[in-house]
Design a protein around this ligand. Structure first.
Ligand SMILES: Cc1cc2nc3c(=O)[nH]c(=O)nc-3n(C[C@H](O)[C@H](O)[C@H](O)COP(=O)(O)OP(=O)(O)OC[C@H]3O[C@@H](n4cnc5c(N)ncnc54)[C@H](O)[C@@H]3O)c2cc1C
Length: 442
């Protein structure tokens, strides 16, 4: 269970991972946020013997969007010994993704099984998944406080982070650490505090989503695939994610202007968008909504810096791209892994300055740029994107990229190759796919 009644008492650290004694510290590392980024970082730090404290304002289980995991997360789940939990809890195994377009009722099916060992991922109820990750982190040795909202990161006169100020009910507490990691997701506590956020003015999207029963999952062996349905409106698409055999998460993402036009009538707006894609409309014919609609702004942004003296940003707190490739949890977990490596080195060297953490910044920034480019390319060619991947000689490399393998040079090569394939179609007047390319509404 959560530490719902968290008070201002915090245990003294069990492990001291750096040469400097940590007597006056509440933890060597304070992690703000107990989503996938913060909890996976906790588990990696446990492995490295680094004392840390995770603080989340919510009491888990708490609902969260982001239910389709990419294949690249499976490797991380294995590394942190979490796959047995995924199997025990019977999360739906995701073996692929199906794309549908508004001008064709045939789906394009992309099967991950050819990708080898990690040619699968999971669909998850995030409330349950994040809660299990939290229990796992605790079992491994993480100290976790929930129901405690961090108000600010504290800095000394030299501009180095020294800890956090948090609120529990009416009382405030100050906690000291050598490093502070912001894993607060799109709330981006530290990025906002330091005014580091650079919004992407092009991607001002909105999402409306809920849970449904009676959604037709299809009968072509792909019932447990994630389904992406493209809509003939500016940057419009819908997701269909099986959470269980009975329940699906369905959500629509479009440019903000369409929501504004719909006024307050979200129900009518949702139904209108569903009907824009005949296959989606057919799949939703018998659907019954199980809960209120949830609205999420999906504005894309990137922080100017990911590290500073005594601090790092991980997961959505560092950057966020449009969720078309379900990249968020993968980024959260990979950034956590890379952060754990640099943190262990920095503490061992007794140097937590920005230069000592810069390797992390470089690695994550390169990945952020790859994701931004992949998303941009997708919207330029969206009506034929799935089709071109399915027919491409480099299909497996592109699948790997889209499933979150963005951390090496192969990703750049794949992206260049993919861009070339679309250029050829664009520049060949009688290419059979060219007319559909012209229908891109990105
Ligand atoms: C519409 C939409 C659809 C998406 N679909 C997918 C998908 O299918 N697949 C996918 O992988 N990703 C998806 N994402 C992205 C995914 O939701 C995030 O990338 C992922 O949850 C990021 O994990 P995180 O740990 O960085 O942040 P979060 O999961 O947001 O966790 C942050 C935690 O910090 C806590 N917190 C916040 N502020 C404070 C504070 N001040 N003090 C203490 N605690 C605090 C919160 O309570 C929360 O528990 C989607 C996003 C959107 C908007």
């Amino acid at each position: 269970q959560d530490d719902g009644g968290a008070t201002d008492h915090v245990d003294t650290p069990k492990t001291v991972a750096s040469p400097r004694p940590a007597k006056k510290l509440d933890a060597e590392v304070i992690i703000i946020g107990g989503g996938p980024a913060g909890l996976v970082l906790g588990t990696y730090l446990d492995r490295a013997g680094v004392d840390h404290l995770i603080i989340d304002k919510a009491h888990h289980p708490r609902p969260h969007v982001g239910e389709s995991l990419g294949c690249s997360t499976t490797r991380i789940l294995k590394e942190i010994d979490f796959l047995p939990v995924m199997q025990r809890e019977h999360f739906i195994v995701k073996h692929g993704v199906c794309w549908s377009v508004w001008f064709d009722t045939a789906e394009i099916s992309l099967d991950f099984r050819d990708l080898g060992d990690f040619g699968y991922a999971y669909h998850v109820d995030r409330a349950k998944f994040d809660d299990l990750l939290l229990q796992h982190a605790r079992e491994n040795g993480s100290r976790v406080l929930t129901g405690v909202q961090v108000e600010s990161v504290d800095f000394n006169r030299q501009g180095a982070a020294t800890g956090v100020t948090a609120r529990v009910g009416e009382s405030r507490l100050t906690l000291k650490s050598r490093l502070v990691v912001d894993a607060t997701g799109r709330q981006a506590l530290l990025g906002r505090q330091l005014q580091l956020m650079k919004p992407d003015p092009e991607f001002r999207q909105f999402a409306v989503h809920s849970r449904f029963t009676g959604v037709d999952g299809g009968h072509n062996g792909a019932a447990h695939f994630t389904r992406v349905h493209l809509l003939p409106i500016h940057r419009g698409w819908a997701w269909q994610i099986p959470i269980s055999d009975e329940v699906a998460s369905v959500g629509v993402v479009t440019d903000r202007q369409h929501f504004v036009k719909a006024g307050d009538d979200i129900d009518r707006f949702f139904q209108w968008t569903i009907n824009l894609n005949p296959l989606l409309a057919q799949r939703m014919k018998q659907a019954v909504r199980l809960r209120e609609f949830c609205l999420d702004g999906t504005y894309s942004y990137v922080m100017d810096r990911f590290v500073g003296d005594g601090w790092l940003l991980i997961g959505d707190a560092a950057f966020f791209v449009d969720p078309i490739f379900a990249s968020g949890v993968s980024v959260a977990m990979h950034s956590a892994k890379f952060a754990a490596e640099v943190i262990a080195q920095a503490l061992a060297a007794n140097d937590v300055s920005a230069p000592a953490l810069s390797g992390y910044e470089q690695k994550l920034r390169a990945a952020a740029e790859v994701w931004q480019q992949v998303v941009r390319l997708f919207y330029q060619v969206s009506p034929i994107f799935g089709r071109v991947i399915a027919e491409s000689d480099g299909r497996l490399s592109v699948l790997r990229l889209c499933e979150g393998e963005v951390y090496d040079d192969a990703a750049i090569e794949t992206l260049t190759q993919l861009r070339h394939e679309f250029d050829v179609i664009h520049n060949t007047p009688d290419h059979p796919l060219r007319q559909h390319l012209m229908q891109a509404i990105g």
